[in-house]
Design a protein around this ligand. Structure first.
Ligand code: HEC
Length: 476
């Protein structure tokens, strides 16, 4: 039995972009470690009392034009280097995407942690670097080189010694490559959060640690229009954590904001998603996303745990469209299952969704997957979708991996795309596997509440024509 495993879908999210958070595969811009205002002017060495300021400049001779030395952050250079590459795209001087604190200097790591003021940030950091369920950076080992993680752990293990004399070359903080300015086209429609009358949505300063808000839009395009590419518009990056765009089958009701119903997601068709670290989505040239009919719903997930009082947000999705239909119409097709039952106390408990041969054999032709967006709730640990087919040239059954997310974190769930698109052939067998831990005294069942579970893989596929169901095997 021959087995070939296709590489994991690249960690590109659907819509969006690369914040580059932890994504070594993404290009990064080299930035000075400090912005023009972020670093204080170097202070002269204080010879009077011998106390260190932690900001003493290095002797000029140590700085070269190529590698300007920057004032000490109090952190050893190897530690600072890892924090810059793996953490500061979110935990920068001005933390982004709901990250609660900066990780840019020794003192940042020594202050009490927001979640547990009896411990220092560096102490809580150890937990999160080793946390399998909610690792930092999000995605854990699949996002961060274990050697980099070890640098941080070793330093903290050694007592997190300050290095006031350190002079580190300017570092690299990965920059966001998502956003309308990175699209190859000019977006002509937008779905943005707002108050319903053209102004932004005021995100509360209290009680918005984990806030889901929905906004509805009438269909903005003429029949026959297709979406070709889209990008996140991340307006107030301090608090925007995650967003999903759905197509509703009926007309838009009130524009919102209104509380989201997760069950709605099942009645709607998935269109686009963004989470920190995800890319813009550019459809392959032969395919355009069907935008006909219905209305649109933008689901925003905010995290204002820092309590900012001045947040008026206008984030959402910007899309390029064409009125000249492309060769193939793309649409959404969902995999997974509603049949979830995880016993109390179970660990690494698998649940399977099957889209079988008897269904795919009815598809008119090979289907291309442009994007896969896994969706589980708080207790979801891992999700994968594998495709099996009989391949005479391999002498037996061949298995390919369409999606593999070994460290699922619902706070950071993004879409994954592959270039060229993943192909599912007529007659293939598609198995989606969701793995859960259940720390509760009750069984975890399918449901919309965050303490119930989901096991879904929303995909954008083409050609969608001739595939008559919105799901394959999710509902029996
Ligand atoms: C993609 C953005 C992102 C990246 C990259 C990232 N973080 Fe975070 N971090 C967050 C967000 C959002 C939160 C708050 C939600 C949570 O706790 O999961 C957070 C929370 C934390 C916390 C918990 C703080 C507390 O008070 O409990 C620690 C510790 C942490 N991050 C450390 C790190 C470290 C260390 C790195 C790099 C190795 C890193 N993070 C990379 C976004 C990020």
């Amino acid at each position: 039995m021959g087995t070939s495993t296709r590489s994991r879908l690249g960690a590109l999210a659907l819509i969006l972009g690369l914040l580059g958070c932890g994504g070594a595969a993404h290009p990064v811009d080299v930035l000075d470690a400090c912005g023009p205002t972020a670093c204080p002017d170097p202070l002269p060495p204080d010879d009077d009392d011998g106390e260190t300021t932690g900001m003493d400049p290095m002797p000029a001779s140590d700085a070269t034009d190529d590698e300007p030395a920057v004032p000490s952050t109090g952190l050893p250079c190897d530690v600072l280097d890892v924090l810059q590459r793996e953490c500061q795209s979110c935990h920068g001087e001005m933390p982004k995407f709901g990250a609660p604190m900066p990780l840019t200097s020794y003192s940042d790591l020594m202050v009490p942690a927001l979640s547990d003021p009896s411990r220092g940030v560096h102490d809580v950091m150890v937990d999160r670097l080793l946390d399998e369920a909610s690792p930092m950076p999000p995605g854990g080992e699949s996002e961060m080189d274990p050697a980099d993680r070890q640098v941080l752990l070793d330093w903290i293990d050694a007592g997190a010694p300050e290095d006031p004399e350190s002079s580190c070359a300017a570092g690299e903080v990965p920059q966001d490559q998502a956003g309308p300015e990175h699209l190859p086209c000019e977006p002509d429609i937008e779905f943005l959060a707002g108050d319903g009358s053209g102004n932004g949505y005021e995100v509360p300063s209290v009680g918005a640690d984990d806030l889901y808000v929905c906004f509805a839009f009438d269909n903005p395009v003429e029949a026959g229009t297709q979406g070709t590419a889209w990008a996140p518009v991340v307006d107030d990056e301090r608090v925007v954590h995650h967003m999903v765009l759905y197509k509703a089958l009926g007309p838009a009701l009130a524009p919102g904001p209104y509380p989201c119903s997760f069950i709605d997601q099942l009645a709607h068709r998935f269109v686009a998603v963004w989470a920190p670290g995800a890319d813009n989505l550019v459809m392959p040239e032969e395919a355009g996303l069907d935008l006909d009919g219905g209305s649109y719903i933008l689901q925003m997930h905010y995290n204002n745990s820092a309590g900012h009082e001045d947040v008026v947000d206008r984030s959402g999705i910007a899309m390029c469209t064409t009125d000249e239909p492309r060769q193939y119409r793309a649409g959404s097709l969902t995999l997974g299952t509603f049949l979830i039952g995880v016993p109390p106390g179970a660990e690494d408990f698998p649940v399977y969704g099957r889209c079988g041969v008897e269904r795919t054999v009815l598809w008119p032709e090979t289907v291309n997957v442009a994007l896969a967006y896994p969706h589980m709730h708080l207790n979801g640990r891992a999700i994968s979708t594998k495709v099996k087919r009989f391949d005479p040239s391999e002498g037996g059954i061949v298995e390919e991996t369409l999606l593999d997310v070994p460290n699922f974190d619902w706070n950071f769930a993004k879409g994954y795309q592959e270039d060229p698109p993943f192909q599912i052939h007529r007659g293939d067998e598609i198995i989606t596997k969701c793995v859960y831990d259940n720390p509760h005294p009750y069984p975890l069942l399918f449901g919309e509440q965050t303490n119930a579970e989901m096991c879904l893989n929303f995909m954008l596929v083409y050609p969608i024509d001739g595939i008559l169901e919105w799901n394959c095997g999710v509902v029996i």
